[in-house]
Ligand binder design. Structure first.
Ligand SMILES: C[S@@+](CC[C@H](N)C(=O)[O-])C[C@H]1O[C@@H](n2cnc3c(N)ncnc32)[C@H](O)[C@@H]1O
Length: 375
Protein backbone atom coordinates (compact mmCIF):
# COMPACT_ATOMS: atom_id res chain seq x y z
CA UNK A 1 0.00 0.00 0.00
CA UNK A 2 2.75 2.43 1.03
CA UNK A 3 4.66 1.41 -2.09
CA UNK A 4 1.59 2.05 -4.26
CA UNK A 5 1.17 5.52 -2.74
CA UNK A 6 4.87 6.27 -3.36
CA UNK A 7 4.63 4.97 -6.94
CA UNK A 8 1.53 7.13 -7.55
CA UNK A 9 3.33 10.19 -6.14
CA UNK A 10 6.35 9.49 -8.34
CA UNK A 11 4.16 9.38 -11.48
CA UNK A 12 2.31 12.57 -10.44
CA UNK A 13 5.69 14.27 -9.98
CA UNK A 14 7.02 13.20 -13.41
CA UNK A 15 3.81 14.38 -15.07
CA UNK A 16 3.60 17.64 -13.09
CA UNK A 17 7.26 18.50 -13.81
CA UNK A 18 6.85 17.87 -17.52
CA UNK A 19 3.59 19.83 -17.88
CA UNK A 20 4.83 22.75 -15.78
CA UNK A 21 7.72 23.11 -18.29
CA UNK A 22 5.28 22.92 -21.21
CA UNK A 23 3.08 25.58 -19.57
CA UNK A 24 5.90 28.11 -19.35
CA UNK A 25 7.64 27.23 -22.63
CA UNK A 26 6.83 28.94 -25.91
CA UNK A 27 6.26 25.65 -27.70
CA UNK A 28 3.91 22.84 -26.75
CA UNK A 29 3.27 19.13 -27.38
CA UNK A 30 3.38 16.28 -24.95
CA UNK A 31 7.13 15.62 -25.15
CA UNK A 32 7.60 18.37 -22.60
CA UNK A 33 10.82 17.70 -20.75
CA UNK A 34 13.03 18.01 -23.81
CA UNK A 35 12.11 21.36 -25.32
CA UNK A 36 14.23 20.79 -28.44
CA UNK A 37 12.01 17.84 -29.35
CA UNK A 38 8.75 19.71 -29.00
CA UNK A 39 7.21 19.90 -32.31
CA UNK A 40 3.51 20.28 -32.98
CA UNK A 41 4.43 23.43 -34.86
CA UNK A 42 0.82 24.12 -35.67
CA UNK A 43 -1.64 23.35 -32.84
CA UNK A 44 -4.45 24.83 -34.99
CA UNK A 45 -3.80 22.21 -37.65
CA UNK A 46 -3.94 19.47 -35.01
CA UNK A 47 -7.18 20.91 -33.57
CA UNK A 48 -8.76 21.19 -37.03
CA UNK A 49 -7.74 17.56 -37.68
CA UNK A 50 -9.59 16.60 -34.49
CA UNK A 51 -12.77 18.32 -35.69
CA UNK A 52 -12.64 21.68 -33.85
CA UNK A 53 -14.30 24.32 -36.03
CA UNK A 54 -12.76 27.62 -37.11
CA UNK A 55 -15.41 29.50 -35.12
CA UNK A 56 -14.58 27.55 -31.95
CA UNK A 57 -10.88 28.25 -32.31
CA UNK A 58 -11.39 31.94 -33.19
CA UNK A 59 -12.69 33.04 -29.78
CA UNK A 60 -10.04 31.15 -27.79
CA UNK A 61 -7.58 33.29 -25.81
CA UNK A 62 -4.07 33.19 -27.33
CA UNK A 63 -1.91 30.26 -26.26
CA UNK A 64 -4.68 28.12 -24.77
CA UNK A 65 -4.58 25.64 -27.65
CA UNK A 66 -1.23 24.04 -26.86
CA UNK A 67 -1.55 21.05 -29.18
CA UNK A 68 -1.98 18.68 -26.22
CA UNK A 69 -5.26 17.09 -27.24
CA UNK A 70 -6.03 13.68 -28.67
CA UNK A 71 -9.73 14.15 -29.42
CA UNK A 72 -12.63 16.58 -29.26
CA UNK A 73 -14.71 15.84 -26.13
CA UNK A 74 -16.82 19.02 -26.38
CA UNK A 75 -18.13 17.70 -29.71
CA UNK A 76 -19.31 14.39 -28.24
CA UNK A 77 -20.67 15.86 -24.99
CA UNK A 78 -23.62 17.62 -26.74
CA UNK A 79 -23.41 20.50 -24.25
CA UNK A 80 -26.55 22.57 -23.73
CA UNK A 81 -27.20 26.09 -22.53
CA UNK A 82 -27.33 26.31 -18.72
CA UNK A 83 -25.31 23.17 -17.99
CA UNK A 84 -22.40 22.82 -15.55
CA UNK A 85 -19.42 21.21 -17.25
CA UNK A 86 -16.17 19.97 -15.69
CA UNK A 87 -12.91 19.39 -17.62
CA UNK A 88 -10.46 16.91 -16.03
CA UNK A 89 -6.83 17.98 -16.62
CA UNK A 90 -7.76 21.27 -18.23
CA UNK A 91 -4.19 22.40 -19.06
CA UNK A 92 -4.24 25.91 -20.54
CA UNK A 93 -8.05 25.86 -20.60
CA UNK A 94 -8.55 24.85 -24.26
CA UNK A 95 -11.76 22.80 -23.87
CA UNK A 96 -12.96 24.79 -20.82
CA UNK A 97 -13.26 27.98 -22.92
CA UNK A 98 -14.91 26.14 -25.82
CA UNK A 99 -17.39 24.49 -23.41
CA UNK A 100 -18.09 27.86 -21.72
CA UNK A 101 -19.44 29.26 -24.99
CA UNK A 102 -21.67 26.22 -25.47
CA UNK A 103 -23.23 26.34 -21.96
CA UNK A 104 -23.57 30.15 -22.11
CA UNK A 105 -24.04 32.72 -19.39
CA UNK A 106 -26.58 30.61 -17.48
CA UNK A 107 -24.13 27.67 -17.37
CA UNK A 108 -20.66 27.18 -15.91
CA UNK A 109 -17.41 25.69 -17.18
CA UNK A 110 -14.89 24.46 -14.58
CA UNK A 111 -11.37 23.15 -15.21
CA UNK A 112 -9.30 21.11 -12.75
CA UNK A 113 -5.54 20.61 -13.14
CA UNK A 114 -2.81 19.57 -10.70
CA UNK A 115 -0.03 21.62 -12.38
CA UNK A 116 0.22 25.07 -10.83
CA UNK A 117 1.83 26.61 -13.95
CA UNK A 118 -0.97 25.29 -16.19
CA UNK A 119 -3.55 26.69 -13.81
CA UNK A 120 -1.86 30.11 -13.84
CA UNK A 121 -1.74 30.11 -17.63
CA UNK A 122 -5.44 29.22 -17.82
CA UNK A 123 -6.49 31.78 -15.16
CA UNK A 124 -4.47 34.50 -16.90
CA UNK A 125 -6.51 33.90 -20.06
CA UNK A 126 -9.91 34.47 -18.42
CA UNK A 127 -9.89 38.26 -18.91
CA UNK A 128 -9.14 37.93 -22.61
CA UNK A 129 -11.97 35.38 -22.95
CA UNK A 130 -14.41 37.67 -21.14
CA UNK A 131 -13.42 40.62 -23.33
CA UNK A 132 -13.97 38.57 -26.47
CA UNK A 133 -17.20 36.84 -25.50
CA UNK A 134 -18.73 38.82 -22.62
CA UNK A 135 -18.90 35.57 -20.62
CA UNK A 136 -17.88 35.27 -16.95
CA UNK A 137 -18.77 31.60 -16.51
CA UNK A 138 -15.27 30.06 -16.35
CA UNK A 139 -13.38 28.85 -13.29
CA UNK A 140 -10.11 26.90 -12.82
CA UNK A 141 -9.40 24.88 -9.66
CA UNK A 142 -6.11 23.32 -8.55
CA UNK A 143 -6.50 19.61 -7.83
CA UNK A 144 -5.87 16.01 -8.76
CA UNK A 145 -8.42 14.20 -10.86
CA UNK A 146 -8.19 11.28 -8.40
CA UNK A 147 -9.56 13.61 -5.65
CA UNK A 148 -11.68 16.23 -7.39
CA UNK A 149 -12.34 19.53 -5.59
CA UNK A 150 -15.99 19.28 -6.66
CA UNK A 151 -19.21 18.55 -4.71
CA UNK A 152 -21.17 15.28 -5.12
CA UNK A 153 -23.92 15.17 -7.79
CA UNK A 154 -23.19 18.69 -9.04
CA UNK A 155 -22.03 18.30 -12.66
CA UNK A 156 -24.11 17.81 -15.84
CA UNK A 157 -21.20 16.82 -18.09
CA UNK A 158 -17.61 15.77 -17.41
CA UNK A 159 -15.18 16.15 -20.31
CA UNK A 160 -11.49 15.26 -20.54
CA UNK A 161 -8.91 15.39 -23.31
CA UNK A 162 -5.84 13.16 -23.20
CA UNK A 163 -5.47 13.12 -19.40
CA UNK A 164 -6.85 9.96 -17.75
CA UNK A 165 -4.05 7.86 -19.30
CA UNK A 166 -1.62 9.98 -17.24
CA UNK A 167 -3.21 8.99 -13.94
CA UNK A 168 -1.54 6.28 -11.85
CA UNK A 169 -4.96 5.42 -10.31
CA UNK A 170 -7.49 5.33 -13.16
CA UNK A 171 -10.16 3.29 -11.25
CA UNK A 172 -10.24 6.08 -8.65
CA UNK A 173 -10.64 8.72 -11.42
CA UNK A 174 -13.73 6.91 -12.78
CA UNK A 175 -15.15 6.65 -9.22
CA UNK A 176 -14.71 10.42 -8.88
CA UNK A 177 -16.44 11.00 -12.23
CA UNK A 178 -19.40 8.95 -10.97
CA UNK A 179 -19.46 10.81 -7.63
CA UNK A 180 -19.52 14.35 -9.07
CA UNK A 181 -22.04 13.70 -11.87
CA UNK A 182 -25.68 14.52 -11.25
CA UNK A 183 -28.03 11.54 -11.73
CA UNK A 184 -28.61 11.47 -15.49
CA UNK A 185 -25.31 13.33 -16.07
CA UNK A 186 -22.77 12.18 -18.64
CA UNK A 187 -19.04 12.04 -19.36
CA UNK A 188 -17.37 12.48 -22.76
CA UNK A 189 -13.71 11.55 -22.63
CA UNK A 190 -11.11 11.54 -25.41
CA UNK A 191 -8.01 9.58 -24.56
CA UNK A 192 -5.40 7.21 -25.93
CA UNK A 193 -5.97 3.47 -25.48
CA UNK A 194 -3.82 0.41 -26.12
CA UNK A 195 -4.75 -2.09 -28.82
CA UNK A 196 -2.08 -4.50 -27.55
CA UNK A 197 0.67 -4.45 -24.90
CA UNK A 198 3.54 -2.07 -25.68
CA UNK A 199 7.09 -3.41 -25.97
CA UNK A 200 8.81 -3.19 -22.57
CA UNK A 201 11.27 -0.45 -23.63
CA UNK A 202 8.34 1.84 -24.63
CA UNK A 203 6.18 0.94 -21.63
CA UNK A 204 9.00 1.96 -19.29
CA UNK A 205 9.97 5.18 -21.07
CA UNK A 206 9.24 8.35 -19.08
CA UNK A 207 8.74 10.42 -22.24
CA UNK A 208 6.23 7.86 -23.48
CA UNK A 209 4.41 8.25 -20.15
CA UNK A 210 4.35 12.04 -20.34
CA UNK A 211 3.41 11.74 -24.03
CA UNK A 212 0.18 9.94 -23.04
CA UNK A 213 1.30 6.57 -24.45
CA UNK A 214 2.95 4.46 -21.74
CA UNK A 215 0.09 5.11 -19.28
CA UNK A 216 -2.61 4.07 -21.73
CA UNK A 217 -4.52 0.84 -21.01
CA UNK A 218 -6.54 -1.65 -23.05
CA UNK A 219 -10.17 -0.79 -23.83
CA UNK A 220 -11.33 -3.87 -21.83
CA UNK A 221 -9.52 -2.54 -18.76
CA UNK A 222 -11.24 0.84 -19.14
CA UNK A 223 -14.60 -0.92 -19.50
CA UNK A 224 -14.01 -2.78 -16.22
CA UNK A 225 -13.06 0.45 -14.39
CA UNK A 226 -16.16 2.21 -15.73
CA UNK A 227 -18.45 -0.64 -14.62
CA UNK A 228 -16.76 -0.92 -11.21
CA UNK A 229 -17.32 2.81 -10.70
CA UNK A 230 -21.09 2.23 -11.06
CA UNK A 231 -21.82 3.14 -14.68
CA UNK A 232 -24.13 0.80 -16.60
CA UNK A 233 -24.38 2.75 -19.87
CA UNK A 234 -21.23 3.41 -21.87
CA UNK A 235 -19.94 3.49 -25.44
CA UNK A 236 -16.47 3.35 -27.02
CA UNK A 237 -15.55 4.82 -30.40
CA UNK A 238 -12.04 4.18 -31.76
CA UNK A 239 -10.42 6.96 -33.82
CA UNK A 240 -7.23 5.29 -34.99
CA UNK A 241 -6.55 7.82 -37.80
CA UNK A 242 -5.32 10.39 -35.26
CA UNK A 243 -2.17 8.41 -34.42
CA UNK A 244 -1.26 8.05 -38.11
CA UNK A 245 -1.76 11.83 -38.51
CA UNK A 246 0.63 12.59 -35.63
CA UNK A 247 3.15 10.26 -37.20
CA UNK A 248 2.69 11.91 -40.64
CA UNK A 249 3.23 15.32 -39.04
CA UNK A 250 6.54 14.06 -37.69
CA UNK A 251 5.67 14.71 -34.07
CA UNK A 252 9.17 14.24 -32.61
CA UNK A 253 7.97 12.31 -29.56
CA UNK A 254 6.09 9.86 -31.73
CA UNK A 255 9.08 9.58 -34.07
CA UNK A 256 11.31 8.73 -31.10
CA UNK A 257 8.88 6.06 -29.90
CA UNK A 258 8.56 4.55 -33.38
CA UNK A 259 12.32 3.95 -33.35
CA UNK A 260 11.80 1.73 -30.29
CA UNK A 261 9.15 -0.44 -32.00
CA UNK A 262 9.90 -3.81 -33.62
CA UNK A 263 10.62 -3.59 -37.38
CA UNK A 264 7.57 -3.19 -39.67
CA UNK A 265 5.29 -2.13 -36.81
CA UNK A 266 3.46 1.20 -36.71
CA UNK A 267 2.50 3.14 -33.59
CA UNK A 268 -1.15 2.80 -34.66
CA UNK A 269 -0.74 -1.02 -34.38
CA UNK A 270 -0.41 -0.44 -30.62
CA UNK A 271 -2.41 2.64 -29.78
CA UNK A 272 -5.60 4.40 -30.80
CA UNK A 273 -7.41 7.58 -29.93
CA UNK A 274 -10.63 6.61 -28.15
CA UNK A 275 -13.86 8.47 -27.44
CA UNK A 276 -15.60 7.23 -24.31
CA UNK A 277 -19.21 8.24 -23.55
CA UNK A 278 -20.83 7.23 -20.25
CA UNK A 279 -24.11 8.11 -18.53
CA UNK A 280 -24.86 8.04 -14.80
CA UNK A 281 -28.32 6.50 -15.00
CA UNK A 282 -30.87 7.95 -12.62
CA UNK A 283 -31.80 6.03 -9.50
CA UNK A 284 -35.49 6.90 -9.41
CA UNK A 285 -36.11 7.30 -13.14
CA UNK A 286 -36.03 4.24 -15.35
CA UNK A 287 -33.24 3.88 -17.86
CA UNK A 288 -33.97 2.65 -21.38
CA UNK A 289 -33.31 -1.02 -20.56
CA UNK A 290 -35.61 -1.02 -17.53
CA UNK A 291 -38.31 0.69 -19.56
CA UNK A 292 -38.15 -2.06 -22.18
CA UNK A 293 -38.45 -4.78 -19.52
CA UNK A 294 -41.50 -3.06 -18.03
CA UNK A 295 -43.02 -2.75 -21.53
CA UNK A 296 -42.46 -6.49 -22.17
CA UNK A 297 -44.28 -7.39 -18.93
CA UNK A 298 -47.12 -4.97 -19.73
CA UNK A 299 -47.49 -6.40 -23.28
CA UNK A 300 -47.93 -9.89 -21.82
CA UNK A 301 -50.49 -8.70 -19.25
CA UNK A 302 -52.40 -6.79 -21.95
CA UNK A 303 -52.27 -9.71 -24.47
CA UNK A 304 -50.78 -7.30 -27.02
CA UNK A 305 -48.78 -9.42 -29.43
CA UNK A 306 -47.45 -6.57 -31.67
CA UNK A 307 -46.39 -4.64 -28.56
CA UNK A 308 -44.61 -7.71 -27.23
CA UNK A 309 -42.74 -8.31 -30.53
CA UNK A 310 -41.71 -4.65 -30.75
CA UNK A 311 -40.39 -4.45 -27.18
CA UNK A 312 -38.72 -7.86 -27.40
CA UNK A 313 -36.73 -6.67 -30.43
CA UNK A 314 -35.82 -3.40 -28.68
CA UNK A 315 -34.68 -5.32 -25.59
CA UNK A 316 -32.46 -7.56 -27.73
CA UNK A 317 -31.01 -4.50 -29.52
CA UNK A 318 -30.12 -3.00 -26.13
CA UNK A 319 -28.28 -6.22 -25.24
CA UNK A 320 -30.63 -7.33 -22.45
CA UNK A 321 -30.03 -10.93 -21.39
CA UNK A 322 -32.53 -13.72 -22.13
CA UNK A 323 -32.83 -14.31 -18.38
CA UNK A 324 -33.93 -10.72 -17.72
CA UNK A 325 -36.45 -10.85 -20.59
CA UNK A 326 -37.90 -14.16 -19.26
CA UNK A 327 -38.21 -12.63 -15.79
CA UNK A 328 -40.16 -9.68 -17.25
CA UNK A 329 -42.49 -12.12 -19.08
CA UNK A 330 -43.02 -14.08 -15.84
CA UNK A 331 -43.97 -10.85 -14.01
CA UNK A 332 -46.41 -9.99 -16.82
CA UNK A 333 -47.97 -13.47 -16.67
CA UNK A 334 -48.38 -13.42 -12.92
CA UNK A 335 -50.04 -9.98 -13.10
CA UNK A 336 -52.36 -11.35 -15.76
CA UNK A 337 -53.28 -14.39 -13.59
CA UNK A 338 -53.88 -12.03 -10.66
CA UNK A 339 -56.22 -9.91 -12.80
CA UNK A 340 -58.05 -13.04 -14.08
CA UNK A 341 -58.69 -14.43 -10.62
CA UNK A 342 -59.82 -11.02 -9.35
CA UNK A 343 -62.26 -10.75 -12.28
CA UNK A 344 -63.70 -14.28 -11.75
CA UNK A 345 -64.22 -13.51 -8.08
CA UNK A 346 -65.93 -10.27 -8.99
CA UNK A 347 -68.21 -11.98 -11.57
CA UNK A 348 -69.15 -14.78 -9.12
CA UNK A 349 -69.97 -12.26 -6.43
CA UNK A 350 -72.26 -10.46 -8.90
CA UNK A 351 -73.95 -13.50 -10.52
CA UNK A 352 -73.61 -16.31 -8.02
CA UNK A 353 -71.48 -19.46 -8.04
CA UNK A 354 -73.67 -21.43 -10.54
CA UNK A 355 -71.90 -19.82 -13.46
CA UNK A 356 -69.95 -22.27 -15.72
CA UNK A 357 -66.20 -22.00 -15.42
CA UNK A 358 -65.45 -21.81 -19.14
CA UNK A 359 -67.16 -21.35 -22.45
CA UNK A 360 -66.24 -23.59 -25.38
CA UNK A 361 -67.91 -21.06 -27.74
CA UNK A 362 -65.39 -18.46 -26.72
CA UNK A 363 -62.74 -21.11 -27.20
CA UNK A 364 -63.91 -21.38 -30.85
CA UNK A 365 -65.55 -24.81 -30.83
CA UNK A 366 -68.93 -23.80 -32.21
CA UNK A 367 -70.51 -26.64 -34.22
CA UNK A 368 -73.62 -26.02 -36.39
CA UNK A 369 -74.77 -29.66 -36.10
CA UNK A 370 -75.10 -29.25 -32.38
CA UNK A 371 -77.89 -27.02 -31.24
CA UNK A 372 -75.72 -25.50 -28.62
CA UNK A 373 -72.05 -24.93 -29.03
CA UNK A 374 -71.32 -26.01 -25.51
CA UNK A 375 -72.44 -29.66 -25.56
C1 LIG B 1 -1.94 16.21 -22.29
S1 LIG B 1 -2.31 17.59 -21.29
C2 LIG B 1 -3.97 17.94 -21.82
C3 LIG B 1 -4.39 19.34 -21.51
C4 LIG B 1 -5.77 19.72 -22.02
N1 LIG B 1 -6.77 18.76 -21.70
C5 LIG B 1 -5.75 19.97 -23.53
O1 LIG B 1 -6.34 19.19 -24.27
O2 LIG B 1 -5.16 20.96 -23.93
C6 LIG B 1 -2.55 16.87 -19.71
C7 LIG B 1 -2.93 17.83 -18.58
O3 LIG B 1 -3.44 17.04 -17.50
C8 LIG B 1 -2.86 17.46 -16.28
N2 LIG B 1 -2.84 16.25 -15.41
C9 LIG B 1 -2.20 15.10 -15.64
N3 LIG B 1 -2.42 14.22 -14.66
C10 LIG B 1 -3.26 14.83 -13.78
C11 LIG B 1 -3.87 14.44 -12.55
N4 LIG B 1 -3.65 13.23 -12.03
N5 LIG B 1 -4.68 15.33 -11.91
C12 LIG B 1 -4.89 16.57 -12.44
N6 LIG B 1 -4.33 17.00 -13.59
C13 LIG B 1 -3.53 16.15 -14.26
C14 LIG B 1 -1.52 17.99 -16.66
O4 LIG B 1 -1.05 18.90 -15.69
C15 LIG B 1 -1.80 18.62 -18.01
O5 LIG B 1 -2.17 19.96 -17.88
Amino acid sequence: MVNDVKKDEKIHNYVRDAYSKIAVSEKSSCCGTNTSCCGIEDPEKLAAGLGYTEAELASLPEGTNMGLSCGNPTAIASLKSGEVVLDLGSGGGFDVFIAAEKVGSSGKSIGVDMTHEMLMKARNSINQFTNRTGLTNVEFRLGEIEHLPIADNSIDAVISNCVINLSPDKPQVWKEVFRVLKPGGRAAVSDLALLKALPENVAESVSALVGCIAGAVLIDETEKMIKDAGFTEFKFDKKSGYIDKMTEWNDPLYCAIIKLLPKNEKLSDYITSLNISVIKTTEEGNDEKTQELIAIGASVTAHCQPCFTYHLNKAKELGLSEEKIKNAVAVGESLQRGADSFMSKHVRTALGNSIRSSSCCLAGESDESKKSCCQ
